[in-house]
Design a protein around this ligand. Structure first.
Ligand code: SF4
Ligand code: SF4
Length: 341
């Protein structure tokens, strides 16, 4: 049953103080604190005869089935019973993929490599840190539902309630889901870690990219070949850009199941020289322009301001917008002219 079951029959009052899950989630997202303890590595695990082979097929099947049927993949009142996310996409990146080290130049030196984050986990468990070449990143794309996209599509100023709920409950759920995957692997004696639920996850303003975190799920998804970025900075996949991304690192050699696109903007019409900029038209504060692409600071101000709107209208402690990710040719798939390219 969902953690926020109590919301089934009533709206909470004074969400600034009473939406404890929302407040905890926001602090965790910004400062990396308040997360449950990391699961310990089961060093005494003895492999069993009926243990599954933990290969790419196992990860893909397990993640798809578990996520789709998870009892916490569920909205709260007034949408109680609806799913937050549809069936996910799953991809893999080798821990020694040169692009992951290159992210230190592209995103900034603060961005972790899988080796660095796993070193922290290994030290905590008093075992030697595995080499980068032994590691893999498992990347997960969780698409939003048609109803959520439809509601935001109809908005021109502030986010829709379903979108705001998805932003909050989706964050809480995705962290829980990945933690369960990590716990399962650690119980089987395999080092694993979800970087965004460690105390090292600290969102700040950085010199190269502005507001950013030290582990970008979307950049991991790009490296895994799951899609590329649009003018709005949302990540465009075969299921569109209305999604949430998650990822974790595991001490297993997994082979990528997709080829990464050479162009980081391969799925965006404007970047591919085809007239679009629908996302710019949709943005209520002109934070996207042909000249300057996505103005993160201007966007952030609007998104921050939405917290007050969400508390007043939806009684949850969250911010959100995503207007530019809906009602666009990239909302639910790769824009047609770019498909099969
Ligand atoms: S709406 Fe058009 S220009 Fe904007 S990100 Fe999507 S494809 Fe690119
Ligand atoms: S998310 Fe940012 S860029 Fe997109 S519509 Fe909202 S304010 Fe504009």
């Amino acid at each position: 049953m969902g953690e926020r079951k109590k919301m089934k029959t009533r709206y909470r009052r004074f969400s600034l103080l009473s939406d404890i899950h929302g407040i905890k989630s926001s602090i965790g997202e910004m400062k990396g604190i308040g997360h449950p303890k990391q699961p310990p590595l089961n060093k005494k695990y003895t492999p069993q005869e009926d243990d599954p082979l933990l290969d790419e097929a196992w990860f893909e099947k397990t993640i798809k089935e578990k996520l789709y049927h998870h009892p916490d993949n569920i909205m709260e009142y007034p949408y109680y019973g609806e799913r937050i996310f549809e069936e996910p996409l799953v991809g893999f990146v080798r821990g020694d993929d040169p692009l992951l080290a290159e992210y230190k130049n592209i995103i900034g030196p603060h961005h972790f490599t899988p080796y660095e984050i796993m070193q922290w986990q290994a030290e905590k468990n008093k075992v030697p840190a595995p080499e980068a070449e032994s590691l893999s990143v498992v990347s997960i794309i969780m698409p939003l539902t048609e109803k959520t996209k439809q509601d935001n599509r109809e908005k021109a100023d502030w986010t829709a309630e379903r979108w705001a709920q998805t932003r909050l409950l989706g964050e809480i759920f995705s962290q829980k889901f990945v933690r369960e995957m990590v716990t399962d692997l650690m119980n089987r004696g395999i080092l694993a870690i979800a970087p965004d639920v460690t105390p090292m996850f600290n969102k700040k303003r950085y010199p190269i990219v502005g507001w950013a975190s030290p582990w970008s799920h979307r950049h991991m998804a790009y490296a895994a070949g799951l899609g590329s970025f649009g003018m709005h900075d949302f990540f465009i996949t075969e299921k569109g850009c209305a999604l949430r991304a998650a990822s974790f690192v595991v001490n297993l050699k997994l082979t990528p199941n997709r080829e990464k696109q050479a162009d980081i903007h391969a799925n965006c019409l404007h970047y591919q020289g085809i007239k679009c900029l629908k996302c710019a038209e949709r943005c209520p504060v002109d934070a996207i322009t042909a000249e300057d692409a996505h103005d993160k600071e201007r966007c952030m101000k609007r998104v921050e301001a939405s917290t007050k709107y969400c508390m007043k209208n939806f009684h949850i402690f969250i911010y959100g917008c995503g207007i530019c990710a809906t009602g666009t040719p990239c909302e639910s798939g790769i824009p047609e002219p770019l498909q099969n390219k």
